[in-house]
Design a protein around this ligand. Structure first.
Ligand SMILES: C[S@@+](CC[C@H](N)C(=O)[O-])C[C@H]1O[C@@H](n2cnc3c(N)ncnc32)[C@H](O)[C@@H]1O
Length: 415
């Protein structure tokens, strides 16, 4: 029973690598408190207290010790991994075949001399080397689909698509769009921060044919290699006679590159959109703020920042954070989850303060979508602007605006 729970938590944590779980915390009121000139165009009932605090005390210390022990590393994690593969295979996601197919095509390189920010050199998603291995990179999309299938059993292998669709609809509902004007080079450009192996970048490419270029940036050269290999191979899905779990459409507008999204080296005012799909919960708040500033710098006037993330103010994630065991397991695979949960209000205030208008809405029963716009008149001058925040995440009675349909970590799809 316990192993089932651990496997499910690990599934959730791995999903964070490609989008299937997330958390966050509130702050429309507090944003107003920081900037008294913020007109709140819409505000329903919002939580103003921190969602819940991480547990402390002897029991928590013991739990933390257990999670750093060889038992966790050499027994629980491998077992949970095996369970993820089983979940995938039983849902028609041919993990083993697809993994060996991709490994055969991949020409690996030595990236031992690449320098990374300190926060990034952590174990993530139960991979000892975090995002810095080919194994983590090859499994990213496999795990993502497994989690989608696990979280939304009604949709089986298509669960992840349904999950990502809900963000697209939510973003569109709060005005996500590609601005009409081009940049100085006459182009419309989307920059996908933390693109991973390119799932989010390819998705936007298919949705926005009017865009001239999509640049995906990721710190992990392994993820970028795998993403580029998938694009170059443009495989059909296994059931259509090729080797990968999904069909991938070649698209010359897409360029995936290794780099730091906090310092992209891209020209100022050059992007129509900067996208952050399920990236922010993997960052310390201080880094997330640098990333928001960099997004603002490279966006052209009229350009938008899009964020899809976990909402720690949603009832579902609040409850998970209050469950010491559950949250400790999650935290063991997501090193900045507490920082993210505690800092989300601060980050939202920062976004509201940086951009000219910000809108946020519920995407799933536990995730939000956010659109922040750099005003058309805004050429980066440090003038005193009127900042706006519209928050549509909660109903009048304080409940989250979208019903939570995720399978709970402790449920099995046969319940
Ligand atoms: C959970 S994945 C999201 C992948 C993708 N956006 C998606 O929707 O599938 C988060 C990604 O952020 C990347 N990342 C973290 N810090 C970064 C940084 N400073 N610069 C670029 N990428 C970063 C990680 O390497 C990881 O691939």
């Amino acid at each position: 029973m316990m192993m089932i729970s651990i496997s499910n938590i690990l599934l959730l944590a791995l999903a964070a690598a490609n989008g299937c779980s997330a958390f966050l915390h509130s702050g429309i009121n507090s944003a107003a408190a920081v900037r008294r000139d913020i007109p709140l165009l819409h505000s329903s009932t919002q939580a103003t207290e921190p969602s819940s605090q991480p547990r402390s005390g002897i029991a928590q210390e013991l739990l933390n010790l257990a999670l750093k022990s060889p038992l966790w590393t050499y027994v629980m994690v491998p077992q949970a991994r095996a369970s993820i593969v089983k979940t995938a295979e039983s849902n028609g996601i041919q993990w083993m075949n697809a993994k060996s197919w991709l490994n055969e095509q991949l020409s690996t390189k030595d990236y031992s001399d690449v320098v990374y920010p300190e926060y990034y050199k952590q174990s993530f998603h139960a991979y000892q080397d975090g995002n810095l291995s080919y194994d983590a990179a090859v499994e990213q999309e496999l795990a993502s689909r497994a989690v989608g299938a696990r979280n939304f059993p009604k949709y089986g292998e298509r669960g992840e698509d349904v999950f990502r669709d809900s963000f697209d609809k939510a973003l569109a509902g709060i005005g996500a769009r590609i601005c009409d004007n081009t940049n100085e080079q006459g182009k419309k450009v989307i920059v996908d921060f933390g693109c991973g192996t390119g799932t989010s970048t390819r998705r936007m490419a298919s949705q926005y044919p009017q865009v001239d270029q999509l640049i995906g940036i990721d710190l992990s050269p392994y993820f970028v290699d795998v993403g580029n290999t998938l694009l170059n191979l443009a495989p059909n899905a296994i059931e259509n006679g090729s080797g990968w779990i999904t069909s991938i459409t070649p698209d010359e507008r897409i360029e995936l590159r290794q780099g730091d999204m906090a310092n992209t080296l891209l020209p100022s005012n050059s992007a129509s959109v900067v996208n952050l799909s399920l990236v922010v919960h993997e960052l310390p708040t201080s880094v997330a703020k640098q990333v928001v500033s960099e997004a603002y710098r490279i966006l052209q006037p009229g350009g938008q920042l899009w964020i899809s993330e976990m909402d720690f103010e949603s009832t579902a994630y609040k409850a998970q954070r209050e469950n010491a065991l559950l949250f400790s397991l999650l935290r063991a695979t997501e090193p900045y989850l507490d920082d993210y949960a505690d800092g989300c209000k601060e980050l939202r205030e920062f976004i509201v303060d940086t951009f000219d208008s910000t809108k946020i809405t519920a995407a799933t029963g536990r995730h939000y979508a956010l659109v922040a716009e750099k005003g058309l008149e805004n050429n980066g001058d440090d003038v005193d602007r009127v900042k706006r925040l519209e928050d549509y995440r909660f109903r009048e009675d304080g409940s989250y605006a979208v019903e939570d349909t995720h399978l709970k970590p402790w449920e099995s799809k046969d319940d």
